[in-house]
Write a protein that binds this ligand. Structure first.
Ligand SMILES: N[C@@H](CCC(=O)N[C@@H](CS)C(=O)NCC(=O)O)C(=O)O
Length: 201
């Protein structure tokens, strides 16, 4: 039985839940109360020394970090495949996941942190700068489609990485530039997937 140490709003946990749903894997969700600091208990740190969710436990194996977990799920449960077969395609997926994890998601996190403040305490200039950065990220993605339905051809782990924040662009105050037609169509395509709908975003 697979266990996922999870937090409902965490985009990294959401990435893993999409992959579990794509592969129709049953799993038990263990809610980690991040506000109460449950990720820093000695038991949790034994599973993930970084003290972060998600952590996936599959029988005796403990795996942390959403991107590594998703690669593990792809290796261990290969059907349906969420990685291209050719090494060039696999490298493209990994570069996009890296961009998403280390740039797109952190900036989205800064937008959400600013919006979480009472309006009087928000720094409007900073908020706009972060929102514009998301817009530039989307413009960069637009150039990758060249008529493809998903970032690297077929639906892959690269698309999964972006799902959690793409689905809440309106809540983040980010409007999609009407010129980004392929990005807009891609987001609609993602929204239609049953695995993505399980997130309830
Ligand atoms: N690189 C990690 C990032 C995970 C992460 O940042 N998780 C956050 C929640 S979204 C967390 O557990 N934060 C708790 C803390 O830092 O104390 C991954 O991809 O899994």
């Amino acid at each position: 039985m697979i266990k996922l140490y999870d937090h409902p709003d965490c985009p990294f946990c959401q990435k893993v839940r999409v992959v579990l749903a794509e592969k129709e894997l049953e799993f038990e969700r263990v809610h980690v109360d991040l506000r109460a600091g449950e990720q820093r208990t000695p038991e949790f740190l034994k599973m993930n020394p970084y003290g972060k969710v998600p952590v996936l436990v599959d029988d005796d194996l403990v795996v942390y970090d959403s991107t590594i977990i998703n690669e593990y799920l792809e290796d261990e449960y290969p059907a349906p495949s969420l990685m291209p077969e050719d090494s060039a395609g696999r490298a493209r997926v990994r570069m996009l996941e890296d961009y998403c994890d280390n740039s797109f998601l952190p900036v989205a996190g800064l937008v959400l942190a600013e919006l979480a403040k009472p309006e009087a305490e928000r720094d409007a200039e900073r908020l706009q700068r972060y929102q514009a950065e998301i817009g530039r990220g989307l413009a960069r993605l637009e150039t990758l489609f060249e008529g493809k339905e998903f970032l690297v051809g077929e639906f892959s782990l690269a698309d999964v990485a972006f799902v959690p924040r793409l689905l809440i662009l309106p809540q983040m105050g980010v409007e999609i530039d009407p010129r980004l037609r392929q990005v807009a169509a891609w987001i609609e395509r993602l929204r239609e997937r049953p695995s993505v709908q399980t997130l309830g975003l």
